[in-house]
Design a binder for this molecule. Structure first.
Ligand code: FEO
Length: 395
């Protein structure tokens, strides 16, 4: 294992999952890491574990530093299985360790792994645990990313172990923010935020404000995915505040799919109209671009224009997948518009508009539809449709 030291006595003991490409539907084109940390003081604490198939590697990393019997505490900041999957196995090795979680963490551990976790000790926000020279302070962070999530702060070292928050799905040999490509790092941090944390934007702002009000200095943010922020932790905090505020650019995203090219032609004409008004436009075909990347593009866009052909009186299946995903994520502050083509009865546009309204999205009406193949007049209408939406977001 590389000797990764955050501060004297505090080591990264996690694993890098270089080749994972699907993280429960999120396309992780650059892999990920599951970070765990070992703190050696008068008492020894392991902070989080890793996915179950990496238990052996975690055990090897820990044993290079300390005998498992010497571990006094295992802190569980989050129960999702990428962080707790190896806990049952690790707990058997660390047979003298007390397991610590918040109440919802304890409940979730029992529900995942059975009654043997009923001995878990419960902590709540503000509780502290002395390890010797060091003190661990706990902060419950429900819904970042599950109800059971919490942060662990090492008071004397000013290190915030933030679990899912401030992470990226980014496998790298550099373990710190100053050891990796900055553009790639922020791209992956944005993708991670857009696909995992968008629904919890208001909670993130409140939690960051709570941390600021607590007046706790932060020198290092050590999340459970991706790199450790030691050079500039404020960079990711400020990015989270910006993304959570849905600050958006004069940018339009056109998302569509097509059967025989009619909706494609419409998408291109709409793009030309919006671009004519001077806004930035991207056209993304669903079977050519992952939902993961489309959602990242939408995060800082002001308008999203969605197009579908009608298939069996319904929207095209890829649109069903995209709209199910995006209405669950609920990005705020966007204008949504819809277009499509049909042969006889239609149904795609109606279904998309209904879905968007049900999700509470701000829907631009009327939508625009074309029968069979768009002619010159239809394409002119599409061009004007793009112009109207661009003007609306510029107003
Ligand atoms: Fe990385 Fe919510 O688990």
């Amino acid at each position: 294992m590389p000797n990764v030291v955050l501060k004297e006595g505090i080591n990264w003991v996690g694993v890098v999952d270089w080749n994972i490409r699907d993280f429960h539907g999120y396309v992780t084109s650059r892999g990920t890491s599951y970070n765990a940390y070992l703190i050696r003081d008068e008492k020894t604490a392991l902070i989080d574990t890793v996915k179950c198939n990496f238990a052996e590697e975690l055990a090897r990393n820990v044993e290079e530093l300390v005998n498992f019997e010497k571990i006094d505490y295992i802190i569980v900041n989050h129960v999702e299985m990428d962080h707790s999957g190896s806990l049952p196995e690790i707990a058997k090795l660390a047979k003298n360790a007390k397991i610590i979680a918040c109440q919802r963490g304890k409940d979730a551990l029992i529900e995942h792994y059975g009654a043997e976790f009923s001995k878990v000790e419960v902590v709540k926000t503000g509780d502290e645990l002395k390890l010797g020279k060091r003190t661990l302070r706990f902060l419950e962070t429900p819904m970042l990313h599950w109800p059971d999530s919490m942060f662990t702060y090492i008071v004397e070292d000013k290190i915030l172990m933030s679990n899912d928050a401030f992470g990226e799905h980014y496998a790298s040999s550099g373990r710190f923010d100053d050891e990796v490509d900055q553009q790639v790092l922020m791209e992956e941090a944005k993708t991670y935020y857009a696909n995992i944390l968008t629904p919890f934007a208001s909670l993130i702002i409140r939690k960051v404000q709570e941390v600021v009000q607590m007046g706790i200095p932060i020198e290092i943010i050590a999340p459970d995915h991706g790199v450790i922020w030691r050079k500039d932790p404020s960079k990711i905090i400020n990015a989270y505040l910006q993304w959570s505020s849905f600050v958006s650019a004069q940018k339009v995203i056109i998302v569509f799919d097509t059967m025989w090219g009619s909706t494609d032609k419409m998408a291109r004409a709409i793009e030309e109209g919006a671009a004519y008004e001077g806004v930035d436009v991207k056209v993304l075909k669903l079977r050519a671009t992952d939902n993961t990347d489309i959602v990242t593009e939408i995060l800082d866009a002001k308008a999203v224009i969605v197009g579908s052909p009608t298939l069996n009186s319904q929207m095209f299946p890829t649109l069903g997948s995209f709209l199910t995903y995006i209405t669950g994520l609920k990005p705020k502050g966007k204008l949504w518009a819809f277009f499509g083509s049909y042969g006889w009865g239609g149904g795609a546009v109606r279904g998309m508009v209904e879905m968007a309204k049900k999700a509470g999205f701000d829907v631009y009406e009327p939508a625009i539809e074309v029968k069979y193949v768009p002619d010159v007049d239809d394409l002119k209408n599409c061009f004007d449709f793009g112009r109207q939406i661009a003007r609306k977001i510029k107003a």
